[in-house]
Design a protein around this ligand. Sequence first.
Ligand SMILES: NC(=O)c1ccc[n+]([C@@H]2O[C@H](COP(=O)([O-])OP(=O)(O)OC[C@H]3O[C@@H](n4cnc5c(N)ncnc54)[C@H](OP(=O)(O)O)[C@@H]3O)[C@@H](O)[C@H]2O)c1
Length: 243
Amino acid sequence: MTEPQAEPERGLAVVIGAGGGLGAALVEALAAPGGLTGGRVLALGRSSTPAIDYANEASVQHAATWVAEQCAAEHTELRLLLVASGFLHGASGQPERSWAHLDASYLRQVFEVNAIGPALVMKHFLPLLPKTGRCVAGFVSAKVGSIADNALGGWYGYRASKAALNQLVKTAAIELKRRNPQALCVALHPGTVATALSAPFSKSGLNVRPPAVAADDLLSVLAGLDASCSGQLVDYQGKVLPW
Ligand SMILES: NC(=O)c1ccc[n+]([C@@H]2O[C@H](COP(=O)([O-])OP(=O)(O)OC[C@H]3O[C@@H](n4cnc5c(N)ncnc54)[C@H](OP(=O)(O)O)[C@@H]3O)[C@@H](O)[C@H]2O)c1
C-alpha cells in the first residue's frame, strides 16, 4: 500500500493543533531544511495568530482565509494540511471505564474537539487544496477509534469521537477525489506518543515514542502514500487499519 511515491509537490504546509505535543513536533520537522513540502509551514492552534478554537467556527473560517492570503502573497499553494488536535482528558472529564461513567459534558467536549472541529476544518480548508497535482490532508485519529479493533471496551467517548472522525475522513476523501484525483485525505494513527494527552495512561509494555520520532514516522508514511490510500486509516508504520 505504501510504495515510495513522489513527495507532495513543493508548497505550503499547515499544521492545526500546533501547540500540542505531536503538532509541535510536526511543525519542527516540516520547518527543517528538506522538510516534506520544502520547509514552509504555518502553525495554527488556540495560541497562534490567527487562532483556531473549535468552539468558534468563525475562528476556523478566519484562519482559512488567512492561509489563502498567505498562499496568494507567496505565489504558492497549500499542499499539506495536518490536523493534530485532539482531546482525551481534562477539566470536563476522564475517559470512561464503564457506561456508568458516561457524562454529557465530557461527551460534548470530546466530540467537539475530535470530530466537530476537524469537520469544520474540512469545510474551510479542503477547498484551499489545489485542483491538480498531489496534495495531502491528514487527520490524526487513533486506532481505538476502529470499531473492528475494539476488543477491550472502555473509553466510550474518545473511541466514538474518533470513529466519527474516521467516517468524516472517508466521506471527505470521496468528495475530494472528485475535485482532484491526485489528492489524498487520510486518518492517521500515530501510535502511543509521549505527550500530555497520553501521560496519565502510559504504562509499561506500551511502545511510547517521543513526539519527534512519531512526527518523522508519520511524515515518512505520508510521503509514501499513493492516491489509492485516500479515505483510509493508516498507522505510523504505513499499515492500513480496519475501520
Ligand atoms: N499521544 C498519544 O499517545 C496519541 C495516541 C493516539 C492518537 N493520538 C492523537 O494524536 C493527536 C495529537 O495529540 P497529542 O498527543 O499531541 O495531544 P496534546 O499534546 O494534548 O495536543 C492536543 C492538541 O489539541 C488542541 N486542542 C484541544 N482542544 C482544542 C480546541 N477546542 N480547539 C482547537 N484545538 C484544540 C490542543 O491545543 P492547545 O495547544 O491550544 O491546548 C493541542 O494542540 C490527537 O488527535 C490525539 O487524539 C495521540
